[in-house]
Design a protein around this ligand. Structure first.
Ligand code: NAD
Ligand code: DAU
Length: 350
């Protein structure tokens, strides 16, 4: 492809994908289109920002005229759409922001692609990056398959499910060449410390309470972020148009067990007494509508595209902790300013 627009490229997963694509496809122009909300940070891309095939455009996807002018300026053959409001707890405090960015923003991008590609859709691709949360909550057994009925239960997952439906509707109604992936929980460097793993790492460093929701029995399936970026790259280039692919780590952890493992690994790395950080664990009021378990059946992407997760969780977690310990300035910068207010509001009365 000549040029690819990646939305949300200054965020956690987006920055890993932008870095991968800029390095792997030097002949392709990679345009990072991002509004730089609290979750977007160009510092995440400092190492590649001067590459000749990389460009940044500050655009809010809710603003159609800004989107269409960026599309016309760069004339992309491909769009990979990650920009979103992504944190479930924030969606409980402020659902409408999720409707605006995740639903309206996605439809704006679909309309812009339709307009740009109206004379010839051949060789074009619109890849929508979605989540396993659209499938709802599992009991003790079972896995989400691509054919599992949607059953979103938080404002975040409802907004992602809605965007998925629009993506599919544009494929059938307007023949926009879409493809979709639904992935499980990601972890790794550059994740904003509102999400479980970096929040706990930051609190352990600072010897602050570790707020585990409810009894810590909810289960998530964790995947290293670079494995997700590799899967998106593969599906974007080789997947079948109009289809969706589930991506997961085959790596289910109860929250409390994960937090304990994190405490153990960090005590060792920080030279603390064994068990010291575990004493910081504090059980707090549960998240409203907290989904019990997510687990992905990723056999479709394995069989059709030969994708598999590359890292063992213990190794990925250790690598992730090392990154945060080596990048304490990054952590300090992103937790200064409005983060303290957010943390207070979210955790003070729990
Ligand atoms: P993130 O919150 O770290 O980053 C989101 C990015 O989108 C930020 O750079 C932000 O500035 C940008 N953005 C937000 N609103 C925007 C707007 N209106 N216009 C333009 N840019 C805007 O998110 P993430 O965790 O990297 O997730 C990326 C995508 O992957 C999301 O679509 C999310 O639903 C999906 N996803 C995330 C996970 C996960 O575990 N984090 C798992 C599966 C799917
Ligand atoms: O499954 C994919 C989804 O994973 C993505 O679509 C979302 O964008 C991403 O945020 C993530 O959603 P979760 O809600 O699963 O992630 P989070 O890190 O917020 O929480 C993981 C689990 O840890 C969840 O069961 C809630 C719990 N938790 C979270 C926080 C922030 C705690 O117990 N304490 C906390 O302080």
């Amino acid at each position: 492809m000549n040029s690819i627009i990646i939305t949300g490229g200054a965020g956690f997963i987006g920055s890993h994908l932008v870095r991968r694509m800029v390095k792997k496809y030097p002949e392709t122009k990679i345009i990072n289109l991002d509004a730089l909300t609290y979750a977007g940070n160009l510092e995440n891309l400092r190492d590649i920002e001067n590459e000749s095939n990389y460009t940044f455009e500050k655009v809010d996807i809710c603003d159609f005229s800004a989107v269409i002018s960026a599309f016309k300026k760069h004339n992309p053959d491909g769009i990979i759409h990650l920009a979103a409001e992504s944190h479930v707890d924030r969606s409980i405090s402020n659902p409408i922001a999720f409707v605006n960015t995740n639903v309206v923003g996605t439809v704006n991008l679909l309309n812009a692609a339709r307009e740009l590609w109206k004379d010839n859709m051949d060789g074009k691709r619109f890849h929508h990056v979605s989540t396993d949360e659209v499938y709802g909550s599992l009991g003790d057994t079972g896995f989400f398959e691509e054919t599992t009925a949607y059953d979103p239960r938080s404002p975040y997952s409802a907004s992602k499910a809605s965007s998925d439906h629009f993506v599919n509707a544009y494929f059938h109604t307007f023949k926009v060449p879409v493809i979709m992936t639904n992935c499980s929980n990601n972890y790794g460097p550059y994740q904003f410390p509102e999400k479980l793993i970096p929040l706990m790492i930051n609190n352990i460093i600072q010897k602050k309470a570790l707020p585990v929701y409810g009894k810590g029995l909810n289960i998530r399936d964790w995947l290293y972020v670079e494995d997700h970026a590799a899967a998106i790259d593969l599906v974007f280039h080789k997947g079948k148009l109009g289809e969706s692919y589930n991506i997961g780590g085959k790596n289910e952890w109860k929250n409390i067990d994960l937090v304990r493992l994190l405490c153990q690994q960090m005590d060792e790395k920080l030279g603390r007494t064994k068990g010291e950080s575990e004493e910081l664990i504090t059980f707090v009021t549960d998240r409203a509508g907290h989904d019990l378990r997510y687990a992905i059946d990723s056999s479709k992407i394995e069989k059709e595209l030969n994708w598999f997760p590359s890292l063992q969780f213990e190794d990925g977690l250790s690598k992730t902790i090392d990154w945060y310990l080596e990048n304490k300035e990054w952590l300090q910068r992103v937790t200064s300013g409005e983060y303290a207010g957010y943390y207070d509001e979210m955790y003070k009365n729990r």
